[in-house]
Ligand binder design. Structure first.
Ligand SMILES: [Zn+2]
Length: 136
């Protein structure tokens, strides 16, 4: 696996510091005057995508919110909107069944900024893009 996840970003200190949903919520809870999640019981689903070589989750509830995805803790909680429209509850993160294959195909691309995947893209589409750009 070389597409960056929350876990590998922590290991390599890439893309700044990132924390898990649980730690983030604990941090917010400790601050004064902020609305905080009342429950860690997830509700709803959000899809993981690959963006510039990172597995991320874009917030389905607001435009700018996104976080690195975790395969060990597949939960999403948006620090931008506080999941207000989801009763402040996190969402389950859905990784594709072919996540390892997607990771492998994208990792063959030498430039991490060309490593993208959206749920509408098939494995065949990624293979075609790789071949069209001389990536085997
Ligand atoms: Zn949000």
């Amino acid at each position: 696996m070389s597409i960056i996840t929350l876990e590998t970003a922590k290991e390599t200190q890439q893309f700044g510091s990132h924390i898990s949903v649980q730690l983030w919520c604990t941090y917010l809870r400790s601050r004064d005057g902020l609305s905080i999640p009342i429950s860690f019981v997830p509700h709803g689903f959000a899809s993981a995508v690959v963006n510039h070589g990172r597995w991320i989750v874009r917030c389905p509830l607001c435009t700018p919110g996104a976080m690195l995805a975790s395969r060990k803790e597949p939960l999403f909680w948006c620090p931008n909107c506080g999941m207000a429209a989801n009763n402040e509850r996190p969402m389950h993160v859905i990784f594709p069944n072919e996540a390892d294959v997607i990771d492998d195909l994208l990792s063959r691309r030498p430039d991490p900024h060309t490593r993208h995947w959206e749920p509408t893209e098939s494995i065949d589409m990624l293979l075609h893009e790789n071949r069209a750009n001389g990536v085997i």
